[in-house]
Ligand binder design. Structure first.
Ligand code: PMP
Length: 427
């Protein structure tokens, strides 16, 4: 399918009428493509085929002498904690606890304990505070924002810069407003921009003065080992920097194996200071006798060790990197010569962030949907789904094959150009 067939000029040079001709042609015979969410592809899921037949009848005996088939071990098997602690959380095995299958569920749980009991350093439960605010770097992850909505947490958008979120603004707000209790951070290969928080940003987050004594960073390391290039960004030393700055309890790290093995059948992890980990387990013990150790052993047998985990992630990369390269090439040629359209080129993670002229995102997404390509809802990358500039679209190329991705990107380019042309026309 060539969306621009019959026109010699670059897409960006086509008139509004010519773009409309292309558009109605696609709309008459629309593809049926969904690139709304960052799902692993079928080929990626197949990488975990042997995972499905594990652990089998294993004679594994854990170092802590707990029978993996029985109740118990609230913190998780030491062997699985050893395997993932440094690679996925940048922490040591004794600083982390294994949860069930979803890190988002652990974030929700942490907020639940904060609201009902308060954090380790809270003067009172958050639920007894008149209001609670969280800082939300934008563009950001919609499920973080909807979690805040669920808890009635007021969200304060913070612009994302190339170095990470705007630290001048953060320092000013956090120092002066004691109702700001937390901040969402996806410090590496951020969703959706792929931004990596630079060393200075991480150091400033660790050392800044906070008016709330229980201010905490929700450090969502969802893309810890999800590299797309040889430049594999290491985990930022948030724990060490917080400790050195005298704010040793300021961070909760979350991670999971959702996009390592199978989403929904992975393991999720919580990590923090000794005091926070004790706080976590002291509440968790009322919720469960212990998480699923069969799945922990399944992971151990499948991934084996940190080398096995890294080797496995290279297989994911070999399936994913060509898609990101193709998307980059298609955007570059599609928007050649078009001003005010920019996109990110991530070194890892699952997304690309597309930035359009003000007022064009919602219309472009709507046009694409009518032409058979479902994109992430415009606004989803902002708190309360309100992108004040209506300029940001999250692109999720991972689950499409290259041919389908080509078609989706051409339709996207067409709809963006048409949205810009229509906006200029109506101005
Ligand atoms: N955090 C971020 C930043 C994500 O992008 C995702 C997946 N889209 C998740 C968390 C979900 O993690 P889990 O499957 O462990 O709940």
């Amino acid at each position: 399918m060539n969306v621009f067939a019959g026109f010699e000029k670059r897409p960006g040079e086509l008139t509004r009428q010519q773009l409309e001709t292309c558009y109605f042609r696609v709309k008459d015979n629309p593809p049926d493509i969904n690139m709304a969410r960052g799902l692993p592809s079928g080929a990626q899921l197949e990488l975990a085929n042997s995972f499905l037949s594990l652990p089998g009848k294993s004679d594994f005996v854990s170092g802590n002498a707990i029978d993996w088939r029985n109740y118990g071990d609230l913190q998780g098997l030491p062997e699985i904690r050893e395997l993932v602690a440094d690679l996925l959380l940048g922490l040591s095995a004794d600083q982390i606890a294994v949860g069930e299958n979803s890190s988002l569920a652990l974030m929700h749980e942490a907020l639940g304990y904060a609201f009902s009991h308060g954090l380790y350093a809270s003067p009172r439960p958050w639920g007894k505070e008149p209001s609670i605010k969280f800082l939300c770097p934008v563009p950001g992850y919609d499920r973080h924002f909807s979690m805040c909505e669920d808890y009635n947490i007021e969200m304060v958008p913070i612009p994302m810069l190339e170095t990470g979120p705007d630290m001048d603004m953060i320092e000013r707000l956090v120092a002066s407003d004691p109702t700001i209790k937390g901040m969402w951070c996806v410090p590496k290969y951020s969703n959706p921009s792929g931004t990596v928080y630079c060393g200075e940003t991480v150091a400033r987050l660790a050392r800044m003065r906070a008016a709330a004594e229980d201010f905490v960073l929700f450090w969502d390391n969802a893309y810890a080992v999800h590299h797309l290039t040889d430049d594999e960004v290491s985990n930022q030393p948030i724990a060490q920097l917080c400790e050195e700055a005298g704010h040793g309890d300021r961070f909760f790290v979350f991670a999971s194996t959702s996009k390592i093995v199978l989403p929904g059948a992975g393991l999720a992890f919580f990590g923090s200071s000794a005091a926070n980990l004790a706080w976590w387990l002291s509440h968790r013990k009322y919720r469960t006798i212990g998480p699923d150790k069969v799945n922990q052993l399944r992971h151990l047998l499948f991934l084996r060790d940190s080398q096995g985990l890294s080797d496995h992630m290279r297989k994911h990369r070999s399936l994913l990197a060509p898609k990101f390269e193709r998307l980059e090439a298609q955007l570059s040629s599609g928007f050649d010569g078009v001003s005010h359209v920019r996109w990110t080129t991530p070194k890892g993670g699952y997304f690309v962030s597309l930035d359009l002229p003000e007022g064009c995102a919602r219309r472009a997404v709507e046009l694409a949907l009518q032409a058979g390509v479902a994109l992430t809802q415009a606004g989803a990358t902002h708190p309360n789904e309100l992108d004040p500039c209506d300029s940001d679209i999250r692109l999720a190329p991972t689950c499409l094959d290259l041919e389908t991705l080509d078609v989706a990107t051409q339709v996207l380019v067409l709809c963006v150009l048409l949205s810009i042309a229509q906006q200029e026309y109506f101005r």
